[in-house]
Design a protein. Structure first.
Lengths: 504, 242
């Protein structure tokens, strides 16, 4: 299995030259996939642009801490906005250390550095509806302990992190009737519709004001401070001192909580593009049009659709093509060696059970971020139906027909190419078709590690809780799945011998 | 020449061929007669080299490098490849030998004539043929490289009685013309009578008697032989009516 992984990786890498090891003059700016992180990323990018020392390269929407930190640790991005609490807890695993100086010292051996605090804190908080708060007399988190019948929805990060739900539960002695895991953006409508009573929020969320939510007081001081800072590669900060000074000068101590909440609301509620919001903050509206050339969200809908379709198709076609080149031979091998087949089919089966996001996260230390790791992950997912159907198609051939090949003196590749593969072609093609259609869907997750495609819109839409944006990605993806299916039906006519096709 | 000396073969823990010795001279036709499970098909597959004996020795006058040049094999319903046309099916062994197209076509036409197959059918797929036609194609495929030995496993088993009788007559004629070493497996006493210069009657993997039909009918080696022949004989009244 390890050999297979390496093989897959090699193939993907060979087929897809790494995305040009960024030119020396570029600073790659990352962001997580939520509104505030996008806005801060865009602000940083625009300041870099203005400093004139280097060109900013935007790598936004890189999922959660695991992915974006993986990206900076492996040198795939140079700078992004992070929070001190997250650095202490999730990255350095030293929850006691919370102020900037010791954190910066701890990051130094990793080749990373921190800016000073930007001025606002985005801490975790629990929110409830105002009517519920009044009815149940909820003012602080301690008050929740008196109401064990309440239902909660938390985003996966909050649910897992020690400084999230597990710690909070123990600290306050909380218990809820029901605790669900939901994507963060979806917890707001769930709370507003009364499906749940408590959600975790960030204290700067733009939605808080619009939905008239009440933040519960952390009366027993559980949540560590989450002061916003810039996390950067030291080498880059040292190489572009003027840019780094400019970033610090214009951001450190310059964004207070009210400002950040307002900026978030501009994007979340007023649907202003991130580049616009960033420009508004920088008081430099002249820069917005310049950002438009590189900022994806300002493309016209038509251009955007074409660009994303090309990216998405690229992901699907290359991943499925490589999966075919590997999967069919692996299936043949499994059919020839029944004992190996067990191990092999189990191996590709296990790959399938790894959650897509986790698989994508595993790829970062090996391949960084962008198209390559997305392709490798997609290719691994695409393998199972192809290997399994190739094996099943060959193993279930009429043994009399197979035996006859020996009698007729057909050996090796002739037996395979003239008899076995054509006879199994219906089953093999069905596997390839399944794989291709599944890959169209899975490829939307590639956006979490900067792989592009329709997922970019879905990830952005999720961050903005904007159904229209999500649909702008999801509908073309569904249409593409249908189109790919139709295309493969056409391919059937070329590959499968006429008498085996059924129908005219 | 084909010779089996004290050959035993077990399959799935059961003795399928039990201490069998057979000698089949070149150019003669022999029938392996027996009910299902008697081991007759397994003997063909031992001769073909598809199976190796557990004990004893199988010797065949064949090109050991390329057995396909020496032995043709016909099975019930032909075992034709559904994705290939009749011509492609028949020519497979020749293609593997690297014959030129022209040579293949000449041989195909000759075989079609020998087997009584309409030349137009050569471009059809097996699914578009009748059972009898498929069986003729199976025979043509086995004869493509003109091997000295021809093995047939229940070649007429799946056919309706009229087609069956017709093909029987033609096969007897063809075997006569070609002078090949023929071993034919059947459970049908009438077929054994029609084809067999020599008949080996098998029961539970053993050869019960090996001789001409007359030998078996007049001097049965055991009560089983007489019983086997009588069980398939038409009742005397029927013969009289006909």
């Amino acid at each position: 299995m390890k050999a297979t992984l390496v093989l897959v990786a090699l193939c993907a890498t060979a087929l897809w030259p790494s995305p040009a090891p960024s030119q020396p003059s570029a600073i790659r700016v990352g962001s997580k996939s939520f509104t505030e992180s996008y806005i801060l990323g865009e602000i940083v990018a625009q300041i870099i642009d203005g400093a004139g020392e280097a060109r900013p390269e935007r790598r936004f929407g890189l999922g959660g801490t695991g992915i974006v930190y993986g990206a900076i640790a492996s040198g795939d991005i140079d700078v992004y906005a992070e929070y001190t609490g997250t650095i202490a807890q999730a990255i350095l695993k030293t929850p006691a250390v919370t102020s900037v100086e010791p954190l910066r010292a701890a990051l130094a051996p990793l080749g990373l550095t921190l800016s000073g605090p930007l001025g606002f804190e985005n801490t975790y908080a629990l929110a409830v509806r105002r009517d519920a708060a009044q009815r149940l007399q909820l003012r602080s988190i301690s008050d929740l302990a008196k109401h064990p019948t309440l239902r909660a929805a938390f985003d996966p990060g909050f649910l897992e992190r020690p400084d999230g739900w597990p710690g909070l539960k123990a600290h306050y002695g909380l218990a809820f009737a029901d605790v669900r895991i939901m994507e963060h953006a979806l917890t707001y409508p769930a709370l507003a519709n009364g499906r749940v009573d408590v959600i975790d929020v960030f204290s700067t969320d733009g939605q808080l004001a619009r939905l008239d939510l009440v933040l519960l007081d952390d009366d027993r001081r559980f949540f560590p401070p989450y002061a916003a800072v810039l996390l950067a590669r030291r080498a880059v900060a040292e190489r572009f001192p003027r840019t780094w000074a400019e970033l610090q000068g214009r951001l450190v101590g310059r964004i207070d909580t009210a400002t950040m909440t307002r900026l978030n609301a501009l994007a979340d509620l007023d649907r202003r593009p991130f580049a616009d919001v960033a420009a508004t903050f920088l008081g430099d509206t002249a820069r917005a049009p310049r950002a438009a050339r590189s900022g994806r969200e300002l493309l016209t809908p038509g251009r955007e659709l074409v660009t994303l379709t090309v990216e998405h198709l690229e992901l699907v076609v290359i991943a499925v093509a490589v999966a075919m080149l590997l999967g069919v031979p692996l299936g043949i091998l499994a059919a020839r060696r029944p004992r190996l087949a067990q191990v092999e089919l189990m191996g590709v089966g296990v790959l399938q059970t790894i959650p897509a996001l986790a698989l994508l996260a595993f790829m970062i230390p090996l391949f960084g971020i962008g198209t390559v790791p997305a392709l490798v992950a997609l290719c691994l997912y695409a393998l199972l139906p192809i290997v399994r159907n190739t094996h099943a198609g060959l193993a279930s051939l009429d043994p009399r027909l197979v035996e006859m090949t020996t009698v007729l003196g057909l050996t090796g590749w002739r037996r395979l190419a003239w008899i076995e593969l054509p006879l199994a072609s219906v089953t093999i093609m069905a596997g390839i078709k399944t794989s291709a259609v599944l890959t169209v869907g899975t490829a939307t997750l590639a956006a979490f590690i900067g792989g592009g495609g329709y997922g970019t819109l879905i990830v952005t839409g999720l961050a903005l809780n904007d159904v229209a944006t999500i649909l702008r990605g999801a509908i073309p993806s569904a249409v593409l799945a249908l189109a790919i299916h139709a295309a493969f039906e056409g391919l059937d006519r070329l590959v499968i011998p006429r008498p085996l096709r059924g129908g005219p | 020449m084909i010779s089996l000396q004290r050959v035993t073969k077990r399959l799935g823990g059961q003795v399928v061929v039990d201490d069998v010795s057979l000698l089949i001279a070149a150019g003669t036709t022999h029938v392996l007669l027996g009910s299902s499970g008697s081991g007759k098909s397994t003997i063909l597959r031992l001769i073909l080299g598809l199976l190796q004996p557990d004990a004893g020795e199988v010797k065949v006058d064949a090109d050991t490098e390329r057995p396909s040049r020496s032995i043709g094999y016909v099975v019930q319903e032909g075992a034709l490849y559904p994705h290939l046309t009749v011509a492609r099916n028949v020519a497979l062994a020749a293609r593997a030998e690297g014959w030129e197209d022209a040579r293949q076509r000449t041989r195909l036409r000759a075989l079609a004539e020998l087997a009584g197959l309409d030349g137009e059918l050569l471009d059809r797929y097996p699914a578009e043929l009748s059972g009898g036609q498929r069986q003729r194609v199976g025979l043509m495929r086995a004869l493509m490289l003109d091997p000295p030995i021809l093995l047939l496993d229940e070649p007429l088993g799946a056919l309706d009685p009229i087609t069956r009788a017709e093909l029987q007559t033609q096969l007897v004629r063809i075997f006569g013309e070609l002078r090949k070493t023929v071993v034919l497996v059947t459970h049908d006493v009438r077929e054994a009578f029609v084809f067999g210069a020599g008949i080996a009657l098998l029961n539970h993997g053993r050869v019960v008697q090996h001789g001409t039909f007359a030998d078996l009918a007049r001097r049965p080696a055991s009560p089983f032989v007489a019983e086997f022949l009588r069980a398939q004989a038409p009742p005397p009244e029927m013969t009289r009516e006909l």
